[in-house]
Design a protein around this ligand. Structure first.
Ligand code: ADP
Ligand code: MG
Length: 354
């Protein structure tokens, strides 16, 4: 697996060969109601050619993390601390202009909604060509040829004529492909895909994920794949980071995390979704309660108010008072002992998953 080393709050490790390295990231928004701690001490590493899945319920800080990496938060009400190293360069510390050049060149993004990412007023081809001209200085003719090439790569049939279409002439799945073409046109080394398939139906979803995998093979990019859907990461990601209330609560390779998940929140996520590869009509078990307010998050373990296993922790007031640390490597931030986690998973959770 990609090495995900780093304990929350610990100093950065040396000798990491990660392309993207996030160190103790904290992102806070000042609002009329108070300070929103959207990301609260997040660390992870991602190597070139690998995909990291970040999963968590809505509001867990996934998009805020993504926008921090891309330098897209408004500076007015946002405080970002920690480090975000992209190829060794701390992007929390670069000028707007430098950031703009990094975006598109070294890193690119794919969002959930291609309709908002693509302008209705310009042809698809022009929108793919534009960043290519901007970042490589190519001629218009070269850029058009490149746009046609990219449309072909993302599986748009007859790209030579579709290059002159407007976004509304494309289906939803085709628009998503066009946006992927636009993101990849400059061979970015880091691709951030935030819920890239959420708006699509299941068949198209699978096609787009396959496409991302193929393109990654070809371009060798590092991909951060953000999703609320464990099924999406199961097939595509190498490593998995489970987020809750702005923190990482579990990490490991996808295989390890799905085969023997350790954190009660991850158990909840797994039980609340249709089991991987089986009938979508199976009854689901939503996680009781609601995600916490990040204005005033719970003390100790942020998941404790919803955790059905907190009482099994020896001296369970620890869950209320002591923030569990996420250790290095394969780990979960929970006060249960390793033995308890294994036992609960086998005896209680696995039977629920069917
Ligand atoms: P998700 O995991 O669903 O992508 P987000 O990262 O979008 O969650 O949001 C995390 C939290 O940060 C949410 O509680 C959201 O309301 C809050 N948040 C996001 N952006 C802002 C902002 N600009 N100002 C205040 N709060 C924000
Ligand atoms: Mg989001």
């Amino acid at each position: 697996m990609t090495t995900l080393t780093k304990t929350e709050g610990a100093p950065p490790p040396t000798g990491s060969n990660a392309f993207l390295s996030v160190r103790d990231l904290r992102v806070q928004f000042s609002t009329e109601e108070g300070i929103v701690k959207a990301v609260d001490g997040l660390s992870f590493d991602l190597e070139r050619g690998k995909t990291l899945g970040i999963v968590g319920e809505s509001g867990s800080g996934k998009s805020v993390t993504n926008l921090s990496i891309l330098g897209l938060h408004s500076p007015q009400n946002t405080t970002i601390t920690g480090e975000i190293l992209v190829d060794g360069q701390d992007v929390t510390d670069v000028s707007r202009k430098e950031m703009e050049s990094l975006r598109g060149n070294k890193m690119a993004m794919i969002f959930q909604d291609a309709l908002t990412a693509l302008s209705p007023y310009y042809t698809v081809g022009r929108q793919i060509a534009e960043p290519f001209v901007k970042h490589t200085g190519a001629s218009k003719k070269e850029a058009r040829a490149r746009a046609i090439e990219m449309l072909g790569k993302v599986g748009i049939p007859d790209p030579k004529s579709r290059v002159d279409d407007y976004p509304h002439q494309f289906s939803g799945g085709m628009r998503q492909r066009a946006m992927i073409a636009m993101s990849l046109v400059c061979n970015p080394e880091l691709l951030i895909a935030d819920e890239p398939t959420t708006a699509l139906d299941v068949t198209v979803q699978a096609q787009i994920l396959d496409l991302l995998k193929d393109l990654q093979q070809e371009f060798g990019s590092a991909i951060v794949l953000i999703t609320h859907d464990l099924g999406v990461v199961a097939n595509v990601a190498d490593d998995l980071l489970v987020m809750y209330a702005g923190r990482a609560v579990e990490r490991g390779s996808v295989r390890e995390v799905l085969k023997s998940p350790q954190h009660p929140y991850t158990w909840g996520l797994l039980s609340s979704m249709p089991s991987l590869g089986s009938d979508v009509n199976e009854p689901l078990r939503p996680i009781p309660g609601t995600p916490p307010s990040l204005l005033n998050p719970p003390t100790g373990c942020p998941f404790h108010p919803r955790c059905e296993f907190a009482e099994l922790v020896e001296n369970s007031s620890r869950c209320v008072h002591e923030r569990p640390v996420l250790a290095e490597g394969r780990a979960s931030a929970c006060h249960l002992t390793a033995q308890q986690k294994q036992q609960i998973f086998i005896e209680t959770i696995q039977p629920r998953l069917g």
